[in-house]
Design a protein around this ligand. Structure first.
Ligand code: G3P
Ligand code: MG
Length: 232
């Protein structure tokens, strides 16, 4: 069978509090190939956090940007976990899995510049990272700053023109929502040299269907389910 990568979505968010060290440890212990998480630039610190506001996943209130980093780091992000910094997460993962950093938040130009500098400084190989976004403009900026960085194009709506991504930013991978997945989308991406990683796939029938269409892997909240399925 062709290679099929299991990417833990915000760690293993179906099993542990999303985007926390605990969640990343869980996903790694299950044997994921890659980890996906969301990064925002908050007052110059790169924090791993999905939402614009604190309520859904922490005991805090209001927008992240209305708090100091020190105050944010004192919040409970679930089961007593802290909101982690990007450096902490990258350090934890080491070389155990590939890393998909999704750009989030408002200050993405500075975020991109900081990220590109970090990848240059760290001992990690650039091939270990995929930087992804819904926004072509953000990916384009990364490509401008460092054409070697692997880029992932997230899309929740068809029509998306794979050729454009391949030609203009030399995208490494295409990350469609399962809701728009079909054979021609997969073939189109593959014909343009991109891998296809589908989000977010938690049910066995969807895992099976994705695999039948020849995708290269899935983002999942439950890495245990996908790994069990692949092994069975
Ligand atoms: O990267 C796939 C997926 O994470 C995109 O959506 O909202 O879960 O960050 P979201
Ligand atoms: Mg994400």
């Amino acid at each position: 069978m062709p290679n099929f990568d299991v990417l833990g979505h915000r760690g293993a968010m179906g099993l542990e509090p999303e985007n926390t060290l605990r969640s990343f440890k869980k996903a790694l212990s299950l044997g994921v190939d890659g980890l996906e998480f969301d990064v925002q630039n908050i007052h110059g610190e790169l924090l791993v956090f999905h939402d614009e506001s604190l309520e859904r996943t922490t005991n805090g209130e209001g927008k992240l940007l209305n708090h100091s980093v020190e105050a944010l780091r004192k919040l409970d992000a679930g089961k007593g976990e802290q909101i982690p910094t990007l450096a902490e997460v990258v350090e934890l993962i080491g070389n155990q899995a590939f890393i998909n950093i999704e750009l989030k938040g408002f200050d993405t130009a500075s975020l991109v510049m900081k990220l590109v500098r970090m990848l240059d400084r760290k001992r990690f190989k650039k091939e270990q990272f995929i930087i992804s976004s819904y926004l072509f403009s953000e990916l384009s900026l990364v490509h401008e700053l460092d054409p070697e960085i692997r880029l992932g194009v997230i899309a929740d709506e068809y029509p998306t023109i794979a050729q454009e991504f391949a030609d203009e930013i030399d995208a490494y991978s295409f990350h469609p929502s399962y809701s728009i997945l079909n054979q021609s989308l997969v073939d189109d991406a593959h014909n343009n040299g991109m891998k296809v990683y589908v989000h977010t796939v938690n049910d066995l029938d969807k895992i099976n269907h994705s695999r039948t269409l020849g995708v290269d892997g899935v983002f999942t909240d439950y890495p245990d389910r996908v790994i069990d399925y692949i092994r069975s």
